[in-house]
Design a protein around this ligand. Structure first.
Ligand code: R5P
Length: 299
């Protein structure tokens, strides 16, 4: 049997190259382009015969990515792939995990069902698991869920003087506590009320006791950045030092990145799970380990 081959979908080339280098797997190319009528053309330029095909596709802006992913996965299988595995460092549609208002689509379930129909296994990093205890509740294929907490803790320990970690909401509590414990630093967790996509209110407890520390806001996703901007505003008004913002997934919708920069932060740092100017924490090592582990376990 041939060794596995790593194939990036558009936008995931750099990370895929690093994962291939880490694992020693072969790498190849998938050509994706649009026909003049807007339909998608996909060509797998790699020998898939009797081997595991690893598609790397970080799924932010997922609506544009899902069909190319489906075409590539099916093509790889038609071309003789033994198994098709998806490495999606960012897994989209995890936040609509219930019907918040009557009639809403629970998109996390639908998205999971579609992806599960395309691949034999899934590797991802810190999916937004809030009301689901595990991916297995909605994904029908074996998965490996990897965590950036050790990487975040290392980065904070090495780069921030006297940090205090700040989690924006109760959802982040367990996660921020883990990073804080690993970094050996204190943490606080705030309370967040989201009234709309871009309307967020965050309660900030008394920060007087942290006045001699550098606040480090930690969140799994920075999307509109309203959560961080609100928190930064409170902290700045209380006279505490400009905070460092650390996020796992640099979604940064629209002008979110420049808005956060303008909010009075000391730094903005993210992992490269989604390619972005703020990336400083590489995740190829954890992804490669998770991938190798998954391939060993999936039959
Ligand atoms: C929410 O539950 C997540 O953990 C993040 O706090 C949230 O996705 C951040 O979103 P935004 O950047 O749009 O405020």
């Amino acid at each position: 049997m041939n060794s596995p081959i790593v194939l990036p979908l558009p936008g995931s080339e750099v990370l895929a190259g690093r994962v291939a280098a880490r694992t020693g797997f072969a790498s190849g190319v998938i050509l994706v382009r649009r026909f003049p009528d807007g339909e998608t053309y996909v060509r797998v330029e790699a020998d898939c015969t009797s081997r595991d095909v690893v598609l790397v596709d970080t799924l932010h802006l997922p609506d544009d990515k899902l069909l190319p992913l489906a075409f590539a996965a099916d093509a790889a299988r038609d071309l003789g792939a033994r198994r098709v595995v998806l490495v999606a460092p960012y897994l989209a549609y995890m936040r609509q995990d219930r019907r918040f208002q009557a009639g809403e689509a629970v998109t996390s379930r639908t998205f999971a069902r579609i992806v599960s129909s395309l691949v034999n296994g899934l590797v991802t990093l810190d999916p937004h698991l809030h009301r689901y205890a595990s991916l297995d509740e909605i994904y029908g294929v074996p998965s490996r869920v990897l965590h950036a907490a050790p990487l975040l803790a290392d980065w904070i320990r090495e780069h921030v003087d006297k940090p205090v970690l700040v989690g924006p909401d109760e959802e982040s509590a367990q996660w921020v506590a883990d990073v804080a414990l690993r970094a050996g630093v204190p943490h606080v967790v705030l309370r967040k009320t989201r009234r709309g996509d871009r309307d967020v209110e965050v309660s900030v407890p008394d920060v007087d006791r942290w006045r001699d520390r550098t606040p480090v806001l930690v969140d799994d996703i920075i999307s509109t950045a309203r959560t961080m901007i609100e928190t930064v505003g409170h902290l700045r008004r209380s006279g505490i030092a400009p905070p460092v913002c650390v996020g796992v997934h640099a979604v940064f919708a629209g002008d979110a990145y420049t808005a956060l920069q303008a909010a009075g932060v000391a730094d903005i740092v993210t992992t490269d799970a989604i390619g972005h100017a703020s990336n400083r924490i590489p995740v190829d090592g954890v992804l490669a380990d998770g991938l190798v582990d998954l391939l060993r376990g999936v039959t």
